[in-house]
Structures are given as C-alpha cells and as structure tokens.
Write a protein that binds this ligand. Structure first.
Ligand SMILES: Nc1nc2c(c(=O)[nH]1)N=C([C@H](O)[C@@H](O)CO)CN2
Length: 118
C-alpha cells in the first residue's frame, strides 16, 4: 500500500502528568504515515483525489492545540482516531515525540499503528 506522510509537524500543547507541566505549553512533534492508494491522484493530477496532507496537518493542529491530556498515549490514540474517522485512510502510523522531556534523551514518546475497523 502506498503512503502519504507528514514528518516533523510541531504543535504546542498542554500535556504531562506533573504539576509544572500543567502550567506550561510544550512542543510535541508528530510523524505520520497514512495508507492511501496514490495511483488515482497520480493519474488525474487532481488535488481532490489525494489524501491532502495539508488538510490532515491543519486538523491535527486544530485538535492538539486545544487538547489537555496527561499522557502522550491518550493524545496519540485520539489523533489516530480522528485521522481514521475523518479522512479516507485505512491505516495510520503515528510517532508522537516529546522532545526534552527526559534529560539525556533527544525525545521520548509513543508509536501507535491502527487500522480502520471493518
Ligand atoms: N509512557 C509514558 N511515560 C511518561 C509519560 C507519558 O505520557 N507516557 N509522561 C511523563 C511525564 O509527563 C514526562 O513527560 C515529563 O518529563 C513521564 N513518563
């Protein structure tokens, strides 16, 4: 299956389990891979036939900017649910990184892969 990807999408959010984290906004980084048959837009050369990565990015920015969760797991799960429900995507892989959250690590976070049911 072909894929459409979004790499290094930075979004500020209220996220974390500690008191100090509840008082600040932190930058999260989103890397997505979405299963999509790119042969149709390749044949038509029409943006309407694509999985529009700009539209997906905008939707995630809108959602994540307003979100408020303790765990990156929760936010990642909600984001993949939105992508599967609102876009013509059968499969999505999301790497959600929280840079600087652990001293000595460039980033920490989660990777989730979900396939649309049915
Ligand atoms: N698996 C997880 N571990 C941790 C999380 C998390 O969301 N998922 N969060 C924290 C803290 O919020 C941390 O990011 C602050 O530095 C710790 N572990």
């Amino acid at each position: 299956m072909d894929r459409v990807f979004i790499e290094g999408l930075e979004i500020e959010a209220l996220i974390g389990i500690y008191d100090w984290e509840r008082r600040i906004r932190q930058t999260l980084v989103f890397d997505l891979e979405m299963g999509f048959d790119n042969r149709v837009p390749a044949a038509s050369d029409d943006i309407a036939d694509t999985l529009n990565y700009k539209a997906v990015s905008r939707r995630l920015v809108e959602y994540v900017s307003q979100s408020d969760f303790g765990l990156v797991e929760t936010l990642a799960e909600r984001c993949v649910a939105i992508v599967l429900a609102e876009f013509d995507v059968a499969h999505v892989r999301l790497k959600l990184s929280k840079p600087g959250a652990v001293r000595g690590a460039k980033a920490v976070g989660v990777i989730v892969e979900r396939t649309r049911a049915g």
